[in-house]
Design a binder for this molecule. Structure first.
Ligand code: ZN
Length: 199
């Protein structure tokens, strides 16, 4: 690896460590092997998070409910906008996660490792050999949200933003999690212009 590439890889790896990533995630994003990562970042007795990597499809469409799906969509839209503007996938993953984190009023429902897995499934890269997720635009509210990629054979889920708006005034937990705004919750715009769904 050329010196400037190695410096970029170390910067990516360091950002991943700061965001609490598992070794496998750091290895994929930075391209640095796990032995070297342990030597550089975890030689002082610190241990990286362990356990199974999150699997986002089951979580999104079976367990995450409305708030999790809304937050996953917010992250995915920011990531998409960053890559569309020319940012590489590694820096876009980290930048999008930090922007998403900054918008959360509560502990983020999407961990960095899960955000990594969402990117893998959206792009068919790193730990995913094929595209398994896509962003789609709701015909009712025009927000973008995550759905199974066409051909995966899973039932298309309802728009979480429509569900959020329908339940917002009846559900105190949703009002706590998402900031009150006279503007609609919208994931169709670039992050710099998007109405803030989170304080
Ligand atoms: Zn909708």
């Amino acid at each position: 690896m050329k010196p400037h590439r190695h410096i970029e890889a170390l910067q990516l790896a360091h950002a991943c460590v700061e965001l609490g990533a598992r070794l496998r995630t750091i290895e994929c994003v930075s391209g640095i092997g796990q032995l070297e990562l342990r030597r550089i970042f975890f030689s002082n007795g610190a241990t990286p998070p362990c356990g199974r990597q999150p699997a986002s499809e089951d979580w999104l469409f079976e367990r995450a409910k409305v708030p999790g799906n809304v937050e996953a969509a917010m992250f995915a839209v920011i990531f998409h906008e960053l890559t569309e503007s020319g940012v590489g996938v590694g820096p876009a993953l980290i930048g999008a996660y930090r922007l998403y984190q900054a918008r959360c009023r509560e502990t983020p429902r999407v961990s960095f490792d899960r955000a990594f897995d969402i990117v893998c499934c959206l792009r068919g890269i790193w730990s995913s050999r094929e595209v398994r997720l896509a962003l789609t635009q709701c015909e009712t509210c025009a927000s973008r949200h995550l759905v199974p990629f066409a051909g995966c054979g899973t039932r298309q889920p309802d728009c979480p933003f429509c569900e959020l708006l329908a339940r917002y005034h009846k559900d105190r937990r949703l009002r706590t999690a998402f900031q009150t705004s006279t503007r609609r919750v919208d994931s169709t715009r670039p992050p710099q212009a998007a109405p803030r769904a989170y304080a």
